[in-house]
Design a protein around this ligand. Structure first.
Ligand code: M6R
Length: 612
């Protein structure tokens, strides 16, 4: 999704902007651009379709200046092109704007501006904003800050934006509504970014802008005001919580592969200090204040999108199994629009790696407006969802850069397991049992280390199936959501069509697809569904489907049934998703690499989907 970088200080802005844009590449984008004001006060704008390298190629030596803004665009209005790339200039060229989000009423504003004589170069909503600011400024003789603020009051939609003006070449303006912005504080210099990864190599001190806030930034200092009232707001400077090393590849070919291998540590960090190995007692500081409400909850609703939604499905099994509380799982994007029934003793949990997913944020607001207690499970510390939820639990998986979510998923399932044990203990789960569950949970990182050693074996299977055009993934019980997740991983990074199904559903339709060309990945671990899943494998074999089974070490029966087996260490049923998902991530990864796909930045996808 779109990315914003800004700089004002004493150094050359362009290299800092380019470095920041490169750090934001993982979010997904289709074009990039910068605007720099030079020492003579001239606005220099360069923008290019495609990768940041294309932009670098047109950034001639002439682009010098110590104030600038940069943007990576993910098209919403108008195709990816040089002209639609940001920054966008006002009609007179004095003002330039970069913008994340969507101006919903841009059509009517554009018509009105055209009536007043404005002509537009691009198909974007952002250009309309640049013209609107110019129009407001000219109409009232306002300074830039006031003009931006008054223009934003006419706007319906979402924005994280940055504005420069040739007429005031020492001023950078930023404003936020529904799209994150962070102001990095340096020594006599300031940075702006939509994502901390763009600026963390320059400063660890940051101010998070909230919705409805506008910041004016000069070399001498900054102020943050409310867009509505224009009153100055006190803002705390917070410490960014990750290091630059965490967002580099560390010797791996891709971030995705690095993040797959980070899972033992990520899961360990998700549990660190939260579970007592001697007693099995779970303590989640973020939920301490709401334990009575959790204990009395009659129903839990979990809302999320994509991979986080798959984690939510695992959470449904976990919480119903261990804590015996009814759970419903919702796509966050549907939740808001179907006027959900929320009762006073319902608890809503939202799950989001980025903490910025627009659909999930909308679900948070919907649930809160209906009076629900809303808990967040987020990875990015200080993200919007983390801050708007009533309370929550961070996954502490570390920055996830690969667009395809891997370690975030297993860390989310870890946190959901902790919540399920905690809730179970608050209700009826016997002490002796929770102690066993805790010990098993604590053993998961080591078991994942064992599975990661199968990397080369999985790569061989990937080579055999890399040219397949379809895949089917089957699982039952706890592993049904893993089948969905395995299929999602494959399709998003390799562009092979893949479907995930509860194994028993196969005979109600998908079985028609099976022939000798169809690889079927079956999660067939030794759990209480094993006997049934073996029957499903027989059904596939009878139709000449090619079975790749994820099975349990020591299971020899499966060797005679499946064409390929990948064996994972034995584990209690409730923990199988954390283990079975790993070979599926590796399978998708290797197939995508062998097909020469851009694994970390798959086409059309964004890391953080901040538009509805
Ligand atoms: O940041 P979130 O967890 O809210 O993101 C939700 C989905 O957009 C995300 O999981 C997406 O499906 C990933 N590309 C999956 O790999």
């Amino acid at each position: 999704m779109c990315g914003i970088v800004g700089y004002i200080g004493g150094r050359e802005a362009a290299p800092i902007l380019i470095d920041g844009l490169c750090r934001l590449e993982y979010r997904g984008y289709d074009s990039a651009g910068v605007a720099v004001i030079d020492s003579a006060g001239t606005m220099l704008v360069r923008k290019k379709k495609g990768k940041v390298q294309n932009l670098q190629a047109v950034l001639s030596d002439a682009v010098h200046g110590t104030i600038g803004i940069g943007h990576t665009r993910w098209a919403t209005h108008g195709e990816p092109s040089d002209v639609n790339a940001h920054p966008h200039a006002s009609g007179n060229g004095d003002i330039v704007v970069i913008h994340n989000g969507i101006i919903e009423n841009y059509g009517s504003i554009k018509l009105e501006l055209e009536r007043k004589g404005h002509t537009f170069r691009s198909a974007t909503d952002t250009e309309v904003l640049a013209h609107l600011i110019e129009e407001v400024q000219a109409g009232g003789g306002y300074d830039l800050e006031t003009a931006v603020r008054l223009a934003l009051k006419q706007v319906v939609g979402t924005y994280g934006l940055a504005v420069l003006s040739q007429s005031d070449p020492n001023l950078l303006i930023a404003a936020r509504k529904g799209s994150p912005l962070i102001l990095g504080i340096g020594d006599g210099e300031y940075y702006l970014a939509s994502d901390a990864s763009a600026i963390v190599s320059y400063t660890r001190n940051a101010v998070y802008l909230e919705d409805g806030e506008i910041a004016t930034i000069r070399r001498e200092g900054y102020t943050v005001k409310a867009i509505d009232t224009f009153l100055t707001l006190p803002k705390a400077v917070e410490e960014l919580s990750f290091d630059i090393e965490q967002i580099e590849k560390g010797g791996f070919d891709h971030f995705m592969l690095k993040e797959i291998h980070e899972q033992p540590d990520a899961i360990f960090n998700s549990m660190r200090g939260r579970i007592d190995p001697n007693t099995g007692k779970v303590q989640l500081g973020g939920l301490a204040a709401v334990l009575p409400q959790l204990q009395n909850a009659k129903r839990i609703i979990i809302a999320a999108c994509g991979t986080s939604w798959h984690a939510a499905l695992v959470g449904e099994y976990l919480i119903e199994d261990l804590a015996k509380v009814p759970v419903e799982v919702e796509y966050a994007s549907e939740f808001r629009y179907r006027n959900p029934i929320i009762r006073p003793d319902d608890v809503v949990i939202v799950i989001s790696q980025s903490g910025e997913t627009a659909d999930t944020l909308a679900a948070v607001r919907e649930a809160k407006s209906k009076g629900a207690l809303v808990l967040g499970i987020c990875n990015v510390v200080g993200s919007t969802i983390a801050r708007e939820t009533d309370c929550g639990v961070y996954t502490h998986a570390g920055p996830e850069i690969g667009v395809a979510s891997t370690k975030a998923f297993t860390a989310q399932v870890t946190v959901l397991s902790l919540i399920a044990i905690l809730l179970g203990r608050l209700r009826m789960l016997p002490y002796s049992e929770s102690k066993i569950l805790a010990a098993e949970l604590l053993a998961v990182p080591e078991k994942i280390r064992q599975i990661l050693k199968l990397n080369d074996e999985i790569k061989i299977i990937a080579e055999i199936f890399k040219d397949s055009t379809n895949f089917l993934y089957l699982g039952r019980g706890y592993n049904f959501p893993v089948a969905l997740e395995g299929a999602l991983k494959l399709k998003e990074i390799s562009y092979i069509h893949a479907e995930g199904y509860p194994a028993a559903e196969m005979k109600h339709g998908p079985i028609a697809l099976i022939d000798e060309h169809m690889p079927v990945v079956v999660i067939a671990t030794r759990d209480n569904a094993y006997g049934k899943i073996v029957s499903n494998i027989e059904e596939v074999r009878a139709r000449k489907g090619r079975v790749i089974a994820i099975a349990t070490e020591g299971d020899t029966e499966i060797d005679g049934l499946a064409e390929f087996t990948i064996k994972i260490p034995p584990v209690m049923d409730f923990l199988t998703p954390m283990l079975t998902s790993i070979p599926l991530q590796l399978l998708a990864y290797h197939i995508a690499v062998l097909r020469d796909c851009n694994v970390d930045q798959p086409r059309n996808l964004a890391k953080s989907v901040t538009v509805e």
